[in-house]
Design a protein around this ligand. Structure first.
Ligand SMILES: [Zn+2]
Length: 264
């Protein structure tokens, strides 16, 4: 059964057909989805969406890109004052359907000011600790800084869309974190991700989409949804020479164990 640990169904890209996409998922084997907020507005929307179906759960947080995204409430409503936005997000963590802090992390691909994103990420690590919640981490071209903060805070959670080396993957697993793999694992140039999956035990891996983006091969470039995780799971099964059913069973168990304290 498919547990998608990282989705963005509140994206405007789904506005014309969101219900159709979501209603089709259970028949494709989808039994769990964590819908990730990237600012106050989408965190509230994620919680609202999680109330529409028992198998959808929410994560609330501020994504580093939201610091410079004109469309994000971080800029639009708060003028970049992420501390004020965090105050508004804070009550959401009291809701049992909010099972994680995130999506948050560090991004050096886009020109996000370094000091601001580091301060924001540390505040969210502290929030995860305070509320004893897992954290969903985005690390794009910021491995060293991310790993230093993992060492400092020792959070539970997922390093999503993992793009580091096999050695890094093993170290992160030893810290008690899960590594999240999505459609990019199936791409032709995914040599590092394949090596990471090969090195890791299935017990340290969870599956994800990051939908509407990152559809796996053979559907690369299309609008992605959680049902497509079957292709990512098949790739993991091929790398590890185990049946795809085992990959889906163990990764679902991993997700439930991680979020389980929150009643999943
Ligand atoms: Zn995401």
């Amino acid at each position: 059964m498919i547990f998608d640990t990282h989705a963005h169904y509140t994206s405007r890209r789904f506005d014309s057909h969101r219900d159709n996409v979501l209603n089709a998922l259970p028949a494709q084997g989808v039994v769990g989805v964590v819908e990730c907020g990237i600012d106050l507005d989408t965190s509230r929307a994620a919680l609202a969406l999680s109330r529409t179906r028992p198998w959808i759960f929410a994560a609330a947080g501020i994504h580093p890109e939201s610091l410079i995204d004109e469309d994000a409430s971080t800029v639009r409503t708060f003028g970049g004052d992420w501390r004020a936005e965090m105050v508004q997000i804070e009550p959401l963590y009291e809701d049992p359907r909010v099972v994680a802090v995130g999506e948050c992390g560090l991004d050096h691909h886009w020109p996000v000011p370094t000091d601001a994103q580091l301060a924001l990420f540390e505040a969210e690590l502290q929030t995860a600790r305070t509320h004893e919640l897992p954290i969903l981490i985005h690390d794009r071209e910021a491995h060293a800084e991310t790993y230093a903060l993992l060492k400092k805070y020792r959070p539970k959670g997922i390093l999503h869309a993992f793009s580091g080396s096999a050695e890094d993957a093993l170290w992160i697993a030893r810290q008690g974190m899960f590594l999240g793999f999505g459609g990019a694992l199936t791409f032709k140039n995914a040599r590092r991700a394949v090596e990471a999956v090969r090195a890791l035990s299935l017990e340290n891996i969870v599956l994800e989409t990051d939908c509407p983006y990152m559809a796996p091969e053979p559907l690369r470039g299309r609008e992605c949804h959680s049902g497509m995780i079957q292709y990512t799971a098949a790739k993991v099964a091929e790398i590890k020479s185990v049946p795809v059913e085992e990959v889906l069973r163990v990764t679902e168990q991993n997700a439930r164990a991680l979020f389980g304290g929150q009643g999943i």
